[in-house]
Design a protein around this ligand. Sequence first.
Ligand SMILES: [Zn+2]
Length: 205
Amino acid sequence: MLTKLRYGNTNTYLIRGTCGNLLVDTDWAGTLPAFYKAIKAQNLSISGISCVLATHYHPDHMGIITELMELGVPLVLFDVQLPYIHFSDSIYKKEKNRFYKPIDENRAKVLSCGRSRAFLASLGISGEVIHTPGHSQDSISLLLDDGNAVVGDLPPYSALTAMDDETVLKSYEKILSRGVTKLHYGHMVSERVQAGNSVQVLINK
Ligand SMILES: [Zn+2]
């Protein structure tokens, strides 16, 4: 089951599995108290979060990951994201954010997207993670077998006809070929996917 957790300016998502709960994205560094309130409203404490992952490593999607790791929440990193996990360090340094702590990748569990289905199954979640670059090189999407997909900051599906970015179109082609029916974004309202709308046509236009 997918629940939107909003405690700042980013939509973050809690996926409840039969054996554990996955947090997808966090807000800005400094939002930990607000995060506590948001999970309390879901009748969860920090120990109820089995692990966290980020759709990409921009500051508004990963700001409290190190704090969560220090509280015992493991980070699952995908190998395609490894070169980018310190992308936000200089941004937080510039704004003198006193809450931000860079991620220690040596303490993360690093997976390939190909291993994501087995990893999600260990939490009792049916789905997979795929690499969907376009907004950033390190962007991944979580596709649940029930048709829900968390795609982070990928440009909206509703704007695809106006898009000529082949990387974005190819990412959507991958997403839509897997039977996704609803897209959940980092900063916008969720959108339903209309059946039969072919991204391939746009790629070849
Ligand atoms: Zn972003």
